[in-house]
Design a protein. Sequence first.
Length: 461
Amino acid sequence: MIKLRAPTLTIGMLLSILVSIVFSLLTGIIVNRLLNQLRERTYLAVAKVLTESPDFEQNLLKVTQYIVPSSRSEYPMWVLDSRGGLKFSNRDAPPPAQVTEHFNEMLGTPKNTYNEIIPSLNPFSTRYILVNPADTDLIVGFRDDRKGPIVRLSIIIITAVFISCFFVYLASISAMIFYLKRKTLVIDETLMEIEKGHLSKRVSLSRLDKATGIIPVFNQMADKLQIVGEKLQSYEKERLQVLQELAHDLRTPLTSLTGASQTLIYAENLPQESRQNLLQVISSESQYLNKLIEDLFFLAEIQARRGSLSEKVNLVEVASSEVQKISTTHEKVPSVSLNKDRYSGHLLEIDPIFAKRLISNLLENAINAHAKSIQIEIADTTDHIMLKIWNDGIVPTQEQILQYGQKKKSRSFNGNNFKGSLGLGTVIIRSIVESQKGRLDLKLTESPPGFEVCIMFPFVN
């Protein structure tokens, strides 16, 4: 691939300017020749009309009307005979010395020719013109104050500037098209690498790239795509892990349900007590499955409703409501205390359903841990709202604390044959906290012994 660098562009621009200057000079030469021819024909035509009859006044009027503007006819003119005598002039003053000195030179020149007399080397000085017209022995002289060289030079400069700008414009457009075409190929190669999974692939920057700003914008877009892609890969990995763990969680109660139902069907002489135990197993496992499916739907709802239905919620009111609800839905309810002494009334911007489910899951985990006492504290600081729930039930191990909020296969705590879960319930808790940009802190307490969950939310006044 041809590499286009800044020096190459500079050389191209200089060459285009050089070519434009050459074309401008050629154009200037052509224009100058055309002007000279036009000027020669004008001089000869004026001299011919001015000497075609003895009535020089009438001839001057024809010159003014048909050949040149009246401003030209106002310049001094002299008609001289073959001996140098003045036959006609539109001025009272006699011919200047420049005209009389070169008069004899014009007598020997061929007819229908003219001679320009420039008194000094200054190209912009006044010029005198002597014309030897055809069909007459008279000599016509003019004084031309039109500054003809200035006009010619101005035309040449304007033409040169125009052509130079045109060529520079063409060169710039060509260079930009070449640059964009090359960068398009480089961007296509980079996109192909990104599609293959190389999300860190970028287009290298040159000074010209930084000046145009196209490649930096593309690289910024690629950075954002990389962030999104890495998040999607992380979400996909977590999704597969959750599916694998859910498959295990579903298999365990289904195995229990299948075994219990098969025993009830085929064991005809099963004692009543055993039959009752099997029915209890079927009931408890069915409730577990129902809770598992409900948690799955709620996790999906968290992702779908994140931030869309937020309201300003008073956590004290939500906690009081959930405590009353638990007292009506559980047979054995531990003592629950709500401390709001350090709460001044700041509101939390959150979906009300999320707030209720968060506190409900925290209380459910404490009850499932056979807690006898649950302490809830809600307080606010200068920039956060704190929700703290402590219970004195069966405490999780350090490994389980580290895995809090991550779905794992284990369904039970160690000790007392307790079947509880730190699975989807804690996943829901962590998901709600992260959706609110909160912080989750877990610790085991020694005095009194227990397990504490502390959540810090940024509040809205």
